[in-house]
Design a binder for this molecule. Structure first.
Ligand SMILES: CC(C)(COP(=O)(O)OP(=O)(O)OC[C@H]1O[C@@H](n2cnc3c(N)ncnc32)[C@H](O)[C@@H]1OP(=O)(O)O)[C@@H](O)C(=O)NCCC(=O)NCCS
Length: 158
């Protein structure tokens, strides 16, 4: 079967309303009051990036990534902070193309590694990452949450 033609591009702040239904799905409706500002920071600041995937000009997938200094890796690393594809458009390669685009950006920015965080219960995302060559790291993530539970956005992850 031929895979549909996907266009990957960087998002602008005006894409927020089209991305919001996907984020609402990803975070199970847990979208807080600072979410829009945070999205705009990712779009505008050089340490952030938002990529969108479109099928026939319809936005069907989004990837949020960031770039960091990393002492463990002795250089800059790139991190996929969130990725989601609308359910009806899954398994046709949109997530893969978003990720490959991000990996090529990380290479161009001279990053030495690409990381992704995945909830321990999210078997689909684990298989997805492994299919793209991201190997599971032997590290745990520890968090102090300074926000009120009502202001928390996606801390638990999908
Ligand atoms: C994870 C997610 C982004 C994958 O997007 P996608 O566009 O469906 O993925 P692709 O079609 O590019 O899949 C690439 C490969 O990943 C693997 N994969 C993807 N979904 C899979 C599934 N449900 N089961 C097993 N393997 C899967 C396969 O190897 C697939 O290649 P194949 O279709 O040729 O076998 C999508 O399932 C999603 O939005 N999930 C909900 C949000 C989420 O969990 N995000 C990740 C954490 S932030």
């Amino acid at each position: 079967m031929n895979k549909p033609r996907v266009t990957i591009r960087r998002a602008g702040v005006s894409d927020y309303s089209k991305c919001l239904p996907l984020f609402t799905l990803l975070y199970h409706g847990d979208i807080g009051p600072n979410f829009r500002r945070t999205f705009e920071d990712y779009v505008r600041k050089k340490e952030g990036i938002v990529l969108v995937g479109e099928l026939s000009h319809r936005l069907v997938g989004v990837l949020v990534g960031s770039f960091h200094l990393d002492i463990d890796w002795e250089g800059r690393t790139a991190r996929i902070d969130a990725i989601v594809v609308e359910p009806a458009s899954r398994r046709v390669g949109i997530g893969k193309q978003l990720t490959q685009y991000f990996i090529s950006m990380a290479r161009k920015r001279k990053c030495v590694a690409v990381k992704a965080r995945v909830n321990v219960n999210n078997a689909t995302a684990q298989k997805f990452n492994e299919s793209l060559g991201l190997a599971r790291a032997n590290t745990y993530e520890y968090v102090i949450d300074f926000q009120e539970p009502s202001k928390r956005v996606g801390v638990k992850g999908p």
